[in-house]
Design a protein around this ligand. Structure first.
Ligand code: PHE
Length: 463
């Protein structure tokens, strides 16, 4: 059998997995959730969740992948639990669904990059018209998918790892540069205060729940992306140490994104921070206005760097999302990687077309469903997001920890983690993982899954 390929080094794996983690979520979601959820208080809760709850899930996924050297479906079979293959299928479905709409937003990022280098800052005022120009955004979406597919088609070390080795350091340089620049602008401190001054009264149950959901999504957990990447990791690598680096990088970049974004908004609003909303609107509608106000030359430099940064962050994530179904097809159906990649990417792009149409172009897809008890309709794209991100990921994470602790059994997990890390056997980290994977993770993730499901689809909210 042809070799599946491998990461050529531990650093290569860390960069690729950190690339999967660092994505659109870090840049447009984290800063606003922090600002709305009590500033530094939110950051603290987020850190606790990332290291206490998500880190054990991450090492579990990597361990299952490395142990079996298989895709998420094949992995459960290889461990001797054929009945659990459904969990791998669930993961692949999550990856396919998420990629179908994530790629469209990534296409907007590339499109905006191209507008910025031409100095077209007006685009910000026309964001909703922009997303409805389906031929244009469709083309950028296709372009983004093609770049993703090209990278994945070159294999693990020659494609994904190589790209990550270039993209991740560039991304880091760009975000550090932009952060310094943003902090030097007038009124920057008001922006930082808005972002970080702790307000414990804002920390409601809902905020805590959002923090966990965001940490989980941001670390790319619950769908087997890390089972897949883990299956290409060397037996001599120290999984605990790699996972720690991945988590630190992801959290660090999210934190920096806030330090960059709020001074920009504060500069635009003269320190009042009034009239701006988070999410896509801020990135695609407000920020171009900030760049315009810097003057032509600086605006072009800062604006195009920003959207290039966003595109790089998205690319290392789309690559990991595509790799999950690709590894599955290559492993199980023994079709060549090159052919698989283009077919799978093409199909996922087609699946994304209704999402593409659901941002203003087609009334049918824009107002696609009205959930029970909801007042306004939800677009097709948001529906897919609710199913893929919000429902399948926590469900997948819940089941993965149940599987590892009670079906595969903890000792086997620990043995895999000891490979390449002898000290782990008697460390406190081991005790921590032992405990969280058995009790805390299933409990919390099961809880999140049920709450989200009831909230999204039945309008039953406990908040
Ligand atoms: N972690 C990525 C982000 O924050 C999204 C992602 C989720 C990528 C799951 C891969 C798998 O944008």
């Amino acid at each position: 059998m042809a070799s599946r390929g491998n990461f050529s080094s531990k650093l290569g794996f860390i960069l690729a997995a950190a690339g999967s983690a660092v994505g659109l979520g870090n840049i447009w979601k984290f800063p606003f959730e922090a600002a709305d959820g009590g500033g530094a208080a939110f950051v603290l809760i987020y850190l606790v969740f990332a290291f206490i709850l998500c880190f054990p899930v991450m090492v579990t996924e990597i361990a299952i992948g490395r142990k079996t050297q298989k895709n998420p479906v094949g992995a459960y079979k290889a461990l001797g639990f054929k009945q659990w293959q459904f969990l791998g299928i669930l993961g692949i479905c999550s990856g396919v669904l998420i990629l179908s709409f994530y790629n469209i937003v990534a296409g907007w990022a590339i499109g905006y990059f191209l507008e910025m280098i031409q100095g077209n800052f007006e685009i910000g005022n026309n964001f909703s018209t922009y997303t409805a120009q389906i031929w244009k955004v469709g083309l950028y979406g296709a372009l983004f998918m093609a770049i993703t597919a090209f990278t994945v088609s070159k294999g693990i070390s020659g494609g994904i790892e190589r790209a990550a080795k270039f993209l991740m350091p560039s991304l880091l340089l760009m975000i550090i540069g932009l952060t310094f620049y943003a902090m030097s602008l007038p009124n920057a401190s008001a922006g930082i205060a808005y972002y970080l001054v702790p307000e414990f009264s804002e920390v409601t149950f809902e905020v805590v729940y959002n923090a966990l959901g965001q940490a989980f999504f941001s670390l790319s957990l619950g769908m087997g992306a890390l089972i897949t990447y883990g299956s290409y990791v060397s037996k001599n690598d120290n999984i605990i140490n790699s996972a720690a680096w991945i988590t630190v990088t992801d959290v660090g970049i999210a934190f920096l994104a806030g330090l960059m974004m709020f001074p920009f908004v504060s500069y635009l609003t003269n320190g009042t921070m009034e009239n701006f909303t988070g999410g896509p609107g801020l990135i695609f509608a407000t920020l171009p206005g900030v760049f315009r106000s810097l003057g032509e030359t600086l605006g072009i430099i800062v604006g195009s760097t920003f959207f290039l940064l966003l595109s790089f962050a998205a690319l290392t994530s789309t690559v990991s999302l595509l790799e999950v179904p690709v590894t599955y097809v290559v492993d199980e159906l023994k079709i060549s990687r090159k052919r698989t990649v283009w077919i799978v990417a093409g199909l996922i792009f087609l699946l994304g077309v209704p999402s593409l149409l659901s941002n203003g172009y087609s009334g049918f897809f824009t107002n696609f469903v009205t959930y029970f008890g909801a007042i306004s309709p939800t677009s097709f794209m948001t529906l897919i997001e609710h199913i893929g991100n919000d429902t399948f990921l926590p469900l997948g994470g819940f089941l993965i920890t149940i599987f590892a602790a009670y079906v595969w059994k903890k000792n086997n997990l620990i043995e895999e983690l000891v490979q390449g890390n002898e000290q782990f056997r008697n460390s406190w980290v081991r005790k921590h993982i032992d405990f969280t994977v058995s009790y805390l993770c299933p409990l919390m993730l099961g809880f999140i899954f049920i709450l989200t499901f009831l909230d999204r689809f039945f309008g039953i909210s406990v908040f």
